[in-house]
Design a protein around this ligand. Structure first.
Ligand code: FAD
Ligand code: DHB
Length: 401
């Protein structure tokens, strides 16, 4: 089989790239190791930056999101039993975030892709990349019947997440990897209960971090800081509610709404960056190239920003033969990626507790929390990063005027 761009992975990055390329008249084939049902049911992110909302609308995949997403203009930061609102809309000149589950984004992107008669091959295995440093890279894989298939392409987009094979295909001596593993995990639950809060609540507490988010008017998404080595078996429902009530307690009578817990899972937290994000004719995008801890809600949004730049660079190449944008892909992505890494690390450090944490560390966190909730300049900096830096951020020429 032959195509212009072979895309490995049908996560948000791979599917969005395929849709963006289609709109530019560029052919692509997406291969995915899991089934359609599995990827459409995996619960992960919930917060979309305005830039991601715009991209979904641009590719014609935004209709359901515009009808059912919740658009928030602020977040709450809670500490010392007090509630503080960061008015992101006001602080950023009118920006907002959308709460719309990642698996719904996936469903919309798959539907848009299939409507435009684009190919997605599910259930593949044994994926290998070869000839990536030539003009004729190849992806080989086994299809669901066990037959070996070959995909000959002009370019390969490695959108296969943190554990996929694409990043490993860049020679070790070329790749520089930066990593920080945090001593925190998040226990995430879905509970059948109406929202406790009109906006997201990020809570700092001596007992650990807690987060109130939402999915639909009937379902809440809640998170608790736990040990990364912990397992859901240690977390019966009563213990979860007890900790959520403790960590979210407020001195003004605020109430957490409870309901049946329908899903629980634990994720560990790391920061990771692979530099460069390209080698020969292979371009990495999304979690394949970088991971952020979830506290800043940036992972999916960074994946979208990467593929927007890649689609733009490929369009330039196919329309004019110019390779400058492709050549500068990694550099322009990484400038934005490092800003999001910094912000995610900052939010994580600001809100979590861990063993070995001293009374000094605790007071520093409280001082910083006091600062961001009382200084307009500090709140504006947090808001600007939370809603997402402009899409053009990363262009080498952009600087403060
Ligand atoms: P993935 O979603 O990992 O997709 C990669 C795909 O490649 C997968 O479907 C995988 O099956 C496939 N694949 C892997 N190996 C192969 C192979 N060999 N061959 C073919 N296919 C392969 N981000 C936000 O922006 N906002 C949030 O609010 C947010 N909250 C989060 C909360 C939690 C609890 C977690 C865990 C993450 C959160 N994130 C958030 C991060 C976000 O979910 C990820 O950053 C995002 O999924 C990255 O998309 P991706 O397409 O790069 O990778
Ligand atoms: C959600 C996830 C996050 O990582 C975050 O910072 C806020 C909300 C969520 O899943 O809704």
């Amino acid at each position: 089989m032959r195509t212009q761009v072979g895309i490995i992975g049908a996560g948000p990055a791979g599917l969005m790239l395929a849709n963006l390329l289609h709109r530019r008249g560029i052919e692509a084939v997406v291969i995915e190791s899991r089934s359609r049902k599995e990827i459409e049911e995996t619960v992960r992110a919930g917060v979309l930056e305005q830039m991601t909302v715009d991209l979904l609308n641009e590719t014609g995949a935004g209709e359901r999101m515009m009808k059912t997403a919740m658009f928030h203009q602020g977040i709450e930061i809670r500490f010392g039993g007090k509630r503080h609102r960061i008015d992101m809309h006001k602080l950023t000149g009118g920006k907002y975030i959308a709460i719309y589950p990642q698996h719904e984004v996936i469903k919309d992107l798959i539907a848009a892709r299939l409507q435009s008669e684009g190919r997605i091959v599910f259930n593949v295995s044994d994926v290998r990349l070869s000839n990536i440093d030539t003009e004729a890279p190849v992806i080989t894989y086994q299809n669901e019947n066990g037959d070996t298939e070959e995909l000959n392409c002009d370019f390969i987009a490695g959108c296969d997440g943190f554990h996929g094979p694409s990043r490993q295909s860049i020679p070790k001596e070329i790749r520089k990897e930066y990593e920080k593993v945090y001593p925190y995990g998040w226990l995430g639950i879905l509970a059948e209960a109406p929202p406790s809060s009109p906006e997201l609540v990020y809570a700092h507490h001596e007992d650990g971090f807690a987060l109130v988010s939402t999915r639909t008017p009937e379902i809440q998404r809640l998170y608790l800081q736990v040990s990364p080595a912990d397992s859901v078996g240690n977390w019966p429902d009563e213990r979860i509610w007890e900790k959520l009530h403790l960590r979210l307690s407020a001195d003004d009578g605020w109430k957490l709404t409870e309901g049946p817990i329908i899903q629980k899972n634990i994720v560990s937290m790391r920061s990771f960056i692979c530099d460069p994000m390209q080698y020969g004719r292979l371009y990495l995008a999304g979690d394949a190239a970088h991971i952020v801890p979830p506290t800043g809600a940036k992972g999916l949004n960074l994946a979208m920003a990467d593929v927007q730049r890649l689609a733009w660079a490929l369009e330039d190449y196919y329309e004019t033969g110019r390779i400058e944008r492709l050549a500068g892909y990694s550099e322009s992505c990484l400038r934005r990626v490092w800003k999001a890494e910094r912000f995610s690390w900052y939010m994580t450090s600001l809100l979590h507790r861990h063993h070995g944490y001293t009374p000094f560390d605790y007071q520093i966190q409280l001082a910083e929390l006091d600062h961001v909730t009382t200084s307009t300049a500090a709140a504006q900096s947090l808001a600007e990063n939370y809603v997402g830096l402009p899409l053009e951020f990363g262009e080498p020429s952009l600087s403060v005027t």
